[in-house]
Design a protein. Sequence first.
Length: 495
Amino acid sequence: GGGAPPEDRGIKALVARLKELEPRAYEGVMASIAAPLLVLLRRASAIDATLQRVLSAAPPAAAGGGGEEEGGEAYRADLREASSELCGGLCDIAAERYARYLRCRAEVHARLPLAAFTSLCALADDFAADVAHLSGRGCEAVSAEAAAQAKAFVDVLHAEATKKLEATVEQEAWGHVEVPAEYQRLVDSIAANQVPEAPPASAADHLSAAAAVSAAVGSAEAEPEAERQPSRASDIVVSGAGYKVVGSGLILLSTVVHYLQCGAAVPAVAPPIAHALPVLLRGYHTHAYKQVLMAGAMLPTSAGLKSISFKHLALSSQSLGVLLALLPHLKAILAAYLPEAQRHALKEFDGVESDLEAHQQQIFAKFVSILEERRRGRVKDLPAALAPPQAGAQRQPEPSANIKAVAADLRAVYKTLRDLLTPQQLHKVFELILTAFDAGLLEAYRGVDTAPAFSRQCIVQDVQFLRKEVARLHLSLPSGCCPNLVAFALALPVA
């Protein structure tokens, strides 16, 4: 008759049944397979060890004894080699059989929760270690299969996490959310170069939990101050610096923690995690860039924002700031779980750091470009505003409405950003803004006819007013406020 031999049909039936088992039941089956195999291998190893000892203890050929003694020594050497090969071959067959039963459930294992996958890997590692000890030449079949399944596990984890994180960023409204205490504890552990302790779960569980927390804290802005939960904080603090966060930032943090827990729990998972984590972080940066700087969040199919404001830009910058602050610690944590030969993978974090820093600089540049556009509108009629009054009209030189409007813009932006950016970021942004203002205002005032003394006095009044208003912001400006504009005003004769 046709069809597969009975033995093949039996193996296929066993494989089908193994795929349907719950993780605990499958581990029980694998343990029942491993136990008799190891008994057989230990016996074979003991026989080999005895034979090696007996043959090694045989008296060597006598000097000058002729070919018979030399032939006996060669025969004993052949026996020792054959015994070793036979024992090693048995170990290889056992390892291949064990790896085959692992391989038949590879798709199931790739989607296991972390705890179940960790338990399975520990079982396989123990078997591989026993076989390697008995054979004296490793257990390549099981080790290779475990490494392949670790990569598949990370691939599934990463695909699910990326998909859900992208969807979250797509709907992100870039509003500030308060931080539950458990998230600060996660960050504190990472900042101490330790894997946060949390109940292991699948990536989906982590994302769902973080999304629920994000939704809950997102409503906190509407709560009266007295009713807010004391377990929430306004900022996430990393190494003493506070950062405002958005909902998608909390979900990203939860996902990063899960990645670290996976890499720490299973040695074979650490290398693929070291590749996947930078990809995850770069993906967040890319989608945040599209949503905020490229105004994707204004699309009706996205968050449907009416505009991209200074607040949205600042919170996007803060989200990047948290990642930049944590990057060195993420590298340090993963380095502890990577073999020395594979630590070169951590260089991928350097590229992520460069991308995040460039992204932040582009956000800062956007602040500047928005204010520069406003400034140009404020001073477009400056020559007419600073022209002397017509004959018979009485008017004293004083700060113009133009410079007052410019100063008001600076104050309004400062008020918005001071509660959203770190002090260092705030000072850097205003240094960039005022550097641009220095060039732009200088060009505008040079366009004023300075022949009349009245116009010269008005320019001086404007510059002095601007310096006083900027001084009230208590900024750290290495070159002071608009040094070139100040120099221009000081050089004007006021008489």
